[in-house]
Design a protein. Structure first.
Lengths: 439, 482
């Protein structure tokens, strides 16, 4: 049976298994399933998926409803964490929350589970107000997530709260026998003047075929500051479709950094909706892939109000047979005067077989705006290579140095020092060098 | 200081009439409306075409019937009813004209109104012209002078009759019948157009030019242009278009094919000024054009276009850089006003080694118009050291218009170097203030800025056309550009 049919036919059984959810959720799920039934999985015929095909992945026989908790030793997980105690942690293994690895809180802020937010009466109001409100209701992958999602992170930061330590959300995959479809759902609400740093990490521990279709909604209220980091480092058997929707209110500042290093296929749909004045949105990313990996960044910044800014900066390095796609869109509504939208995508191709497809788009309906985009595709500078080798730096290290320099612009704006080190280490490992400055 | 503001300019733009909106009363012969195989056979018979051509048209028609109208472009319009159009309209005439004296004086008058007195041009600028009115070529000037050099410059129907080998060899090689909906339609029903062949090693001594005009109501214009530059040759080709004002939409679906063989160079310039519709968005020409050039080894193809007219423009002059070291260039100014919509850009397909391409596109939108740039830069796996530079700038006037950019970049070779830049801006208040301060009234200042904005492209036009292009910018935008 095809995955689509399987998903549609199993829905009734799946819903019966759920207990005590808020009543509105049933309608939300049903409506989403209907859209998915109508649209199905995206194909290359759709403009938004022109360069990315899911066909080879959909052939797998996925188990679609998560099973019981898998036990993973803390020491195995430890190396993927930022620190032992200085963070709030939400660890999910194969889509199931692992309580002994996590540290949640309700003390002054809520860092807990989506499943409890969807069932406990005290969260009903907040779920009613925000759940499924930011998403693009015409997107079939998001709809599929909405229909089936039960678990994920629920983070609610009240007004004027500055969260003292970063929050880590970690998705580990460990299954060995059966291919697994997991659909995490995160909802993050950041109140007025609040400040929070969040890291979301996707990591495979063992060889397994996991298809993650994740949806994250972030609501940033007035003057809130949100730093969101995504670290994607699955093994070559993992597929990740990440849909992130961010609704920003007046004077809020949200930045999202996406580090795509792993996975067979990664698709990042990152959508910013600006719903107030003087908003600042930042989208940055580093993509470093090889083998037969495929990373597709699809971004949208929707400027709906005047005097807002957006900054996009994506760096990509592609080796072997890897394929990179960048599709960035800046939309400026006719009332969004004085918008300052900037978008840049720089790419380096290291091998003959690597491909890159870029489509930076501008859609502008207001006249008093400053919007620009730049896109480059090129190689490492021969002269710089020569200069370094002349001074005794071996070719591999020289190449790595240049790539470090290339990605530095994005690394500079990472505000968690531990994370910076972690990312630098992953990059060093990927490049197969030990440079000394990644510690 | 004059109180001329952008508001005034906008008002002026809205009320500015289309200057070329006259209708010439020349008796013409028009086919009844509708399209079927009989009509195509009739067109073919009318043109005294050989059988292979009739077959080619019918084949295209069958392909066209299976195709659907494309909808991906960022334009909205009521789809033309292809059965409500007359596919052939020719000014009535007895014989082929030998000299200008034989041309209908009223027709000449039309050209005078257009500001292109043929005689004057003949004398002053040395431009050889082929004039196509309602899709039939009515006059080709300077034919004899060109013939001395071995250059063939005539209408395409004449070429089909007199040079069938060349036409047979190249027609449909760059834009095949199956290419797209409008190209297939054009291949089936094209009534005339220009044909040009430059022999080996010849540098065409003068600019070649075609002028298109839709005159008759309820007709579609489908012309076909084929330019072949043989090895080591050079030609500069100009094309201009106008149409009278009418309430209903007229359809224009042309195909232009350029073939530049080894070391040849073709420079193709267009000034398009079809009737854009009135200020309420009524009428205007639908301009659906397929233009493509094929560049062999060391060849160069350069497209320059000034797009000011048409209600809807759908046009992507492209270059296939097939040979090593081939060069493709695209310079464009697209101006939209009132309810005009333009979706235009280019495709640069890099196949050969060391191929280079440059794209400079300037979009100016005013009124309630929508202006889109859509482009593709594709570097094939074998195109070592390919280089591309693209720049798309948009200028917005007023907050009811839109500017859009859809660039596609596909690189399959690691040695490729691609740069793409795009900006959108309005005329800066500080820029205007600076001019005002120095005693330049706002109206002049705006003109100055618009002119400066489009200069990079205007500079690429041949002298004879640059003046006219500036004149067109005037009509489209305001009273005093230049």
């Amino acid at each position: 049976m095809e995955l689509k049919e399987k998903l549609i036919s199993s829905f009734v059984a799946f819903e019966e298994g759920l207990k005590g959810e808020h009543e509105r959720l049933h309608d939300i799920r049903l409506e989403a399933l209907k859209l998915f039934e109508e649209k199905g999985f995206p194909t290359k015929k759709e403009e938004a998926w022109k360069y990315t095909s899911l066909n080879s992945i959909l052939k797998n026989d996925f188990s679609i409803i998560p099973k019981n908790e898998t036990v993973v030793e803390y020491k195995e997980v430890k190396k993927y964490l930022l620190s032992d105690s200085d963070t709030y942690k939400l660890v999910f293994i194969n889509g199931i929350f692992s309580s002994h690895l996590s540290s949640t809180t309700h003390d002054g802020l809520d860092v807990c589970l989506m499943s409890s937010a969807l069932t406990k009466p005290k969260y009903k109001m907040i779920i009613d107000a925000h759940y499924n409100t930011c998403v693009d209701k015409n997107d079939s992958m998001t709809a599929l997530n909405t229909a089936y999602a039960t678990e994920g992170a629920f983070i609610n930061i009240p007004k004027s709260k500055v969260v003292s330590k970063p929050i880590e959300i970690i998705y580990l995959s460990t299954t060995e026998n059966q291919a697994l479809l997991v659909q995490p759902r995160n909802l993050i609400i950041v109140g007025e003047n609040a400040h929070v740093q969040i890291l979301e990490r996707h990591q495979s521990i063992t060889e397994c075929s996991v298809f993650t279709n994740s949806t994250t909604e972030i609501v940033a209220h007035k003057r809130a500051i949100v730093d969101f980091y995504k670290l994607q480092n699955d093994l070559d058997t993992g597929t990740l479709i990440d849909n992130t929707f961010i609704k920003q209110k007046q004077e809020s500042r949200v930045s999202v950094h996406t580090f795509s290093f792993g996975g067979k296929l990664t698709r990042n749909n990152l959508n910013f909706y600006q719903e107030g004045e003087r908003i600042d949105s930042t989208l940055k990313g580093i993509t470093l892939i090889d083998g037969k990996q495929h990373v597709d960044h699809y971004t949208l910044v929707s400027h709906n109000q005047p005097n807002c800014e957006s900054h996009q900066n994506y760096k990509g390095i592609y080796d072997d047979n890897s394929i990179g796609v960048f599709n960035g869109k800046i939309y400026v509504d006719k009332i969004a005067q004085k918008t300052d939208g900037f978008q840049q995508s720089n790419n380096v191709l290291l091998s003959d077989k690597a491909h890159i497809y870029a489509k930076p788009q501008l859609e502008i309906f207001a006249d008093d705006v400053k919007c620009s985009h730049g896109c480059t595709i090129g190689q490492l500078n021969d002269e710089a290579m020569f200069y370094m080798r002349q001074r005794g730096i071996p070719k591999k290290e020289a190449k790595a140095l240049l790539m470090y320099a290339f990605t530095d612009e994005v690394m500079q704006s990472v505000k968690i020092p531990e994370l910076k080190t972690k990312v630098a280490r992953v990059i060093a490992k990927k490049l197969g060098v030990s440079m000394g400055f990644e510690i | 200081m004059s109180k001329y503001t952008e508001e005034d300019l906008k008002k002026e733009l809205e009320t500015k009439e289309y200057e070329y909106g006259f209708y010439t009363d020349i008796e013409s012969e028009t086919f009844p409306i509708g399209l079927n195989e009989e009509v195509i056979k009739a067109i073919s018979a009318k043109k005294e075409e050989p059988e292979w051509m009739t077959e080619w048209r019918l084949e295209s028609f069958r392909i066209w019937q299976k195709m659907v109208e494309p909808e991906w472009a960022n334009v909205k319009y009521e789809k033309p009813d292809f059965q409500a159009i007359s596919y052939y309209s020719a000014p009535k005439k007895k014989d082929k004209y030998k000299s200008l004296d034989e041309v209908d004086p009223e027709l000449l008058d039309t050209f005078n109104k257009l500001g292109i007195s043929i005689e004057e041009q003949k004398r002053l600028s040395g431009v050889a012209m082929d004039i196509v009115m309602d899709s039939v070529s009515v006059a080709t000037t300077f034919k004899e002078t060109l013939a001395e050099k071995g250059i063939i410059f005539c209408s395409i129907s004449e070429a089909i009759r007199n040079h069938p080998d060349l036409v047979k060899k190249y027609l449909g090689t760059v834009v095949p019948q199956t290419d797209n909906f409008y190209a297939a339609l054009n291949s089936a029903v094209f009534s005339d157009g220009s044909f040009c062949y430059i022999p080996k090693g010849v540098r065409c001594p003068m600019e070649l030019s075609t002028y298109f005009r839709i005159n008759q109501a309820g007709t579609g214009q489908f012309e076909r242009t084929l330019v072949i530059a043989d090895e080591d040759s050079y030609v500069s080709y100009l094309e201009g278009c106008t149409a009278p004002s009418r309430d209903e939409n007229q359809l224009h679906a042309a195909v232009v094919e350029l073939i530049a063989l080894d070391n040849a160079e073709i420079k193709y310039s267009t000034v398009q000024n079809w009737f854009p519709g009135d200020s309420s968005g009524k009428g205007g020409v639908f301009n659906f054009v397929t233009k493509r050039g094929l560049a062999e080894k060391n060849a160069k193809i350069s497209w320059t276009q000034v797009e000011t007219g048409s209600a809807v423009t759908w046009k992507y002059p492209s270059c296939i850089l097939k040979g090593d070291n081939a060069i493709g260039e695209f310079y464009s100014i697209a101006v939209t006003n009132n309810f005009q919509q333009a979706d235009t850009g280019t495709k640069m397909i890099h196949l050969g080694k060391n191929t280079r391409s440059t794209i400079i596109s300037k979009g100016i939108s005013a009124g309630k118009s929508q202006n889109s740039y859509r482009g593709l830069v594709q570097i094939g796996p074998r195109a070592e050291n390919a280089r591309n530079f693209s720049q798309c700038d948009s200028l917005l006037m007023g907050n009811e218009c839109g500017a859009h950019t859809f660039p596609y970049i596909e690189a399959k070779n690691p040695t490729a170097q691609i740069e793409h830049e795009a900006t959108t801006s309005k005329i800066g208040e500080d820029q205007i203030f600076y001019c005002n301060q120095r005693g330049i009234p706002t109206e002049k200042a705006i003109a100055l800025i618009v002119n400066g904005f489009s200069k990079e492209v205007l500079n690429k036009l041949p002298m004879e056309f640059a003046v006219e292009a500036q004149k067109l910018l005037e009509i489209s935008l305001e009273g005093s550009v230049g």
